[in-house]
Design a protein around this ligand. Sequence first.
Ligand code: CMP
Length: 143
Amino acid sequence: MERTYVMVKPDGVQRQLVGEIISRFERKGLKIAGLKLMQIPRSLAEEHYGEHKGKSFFAPLVDYITSGPVVAMVLEGKDAVSTAREMMGATNPLQAAPGTIRGTYGMDIGRNVIHGSDSPASAEREINLFFRPEELVSYDRSL
Ligand code: CMP
């Protein structure tokens, strides 16, 4: 089973889309292995988005992601990384397919509602950045 890191961004929390977004993942069949509401410290935001350092949108991105609470989660399931990415749609909501999360709820690349790891390696890195091992729970859903 694969795990991925997904985060409802400050615009998604502010617009009260958290329940709707989690519900989509649950209905798809992805299992929640970790979940928390948190305010991201600036240092963590800079590390998380380190690959974008030097780009024109880096500073606004860090300002934005630290501007209000996010909902951080770890989702588990078969091909969890690509499955969650498919459900989110393209980074730019204007190019995201209708019916995807960004395609349904977004209009602005800087306010694109949700983040998801782009590879299994990124998922491992991001899960470790946002969750301590004891915050992740393994359980049997058939109970
Ligand atoms: P995310 O998947 O969280 O990863 C990096 C984020 O940078 C991306 O979503 C966008 O919200 C944000 N961003 C802002 N401007 C741009 C841009 N011009 N190109 C790509 N990403 C951008």
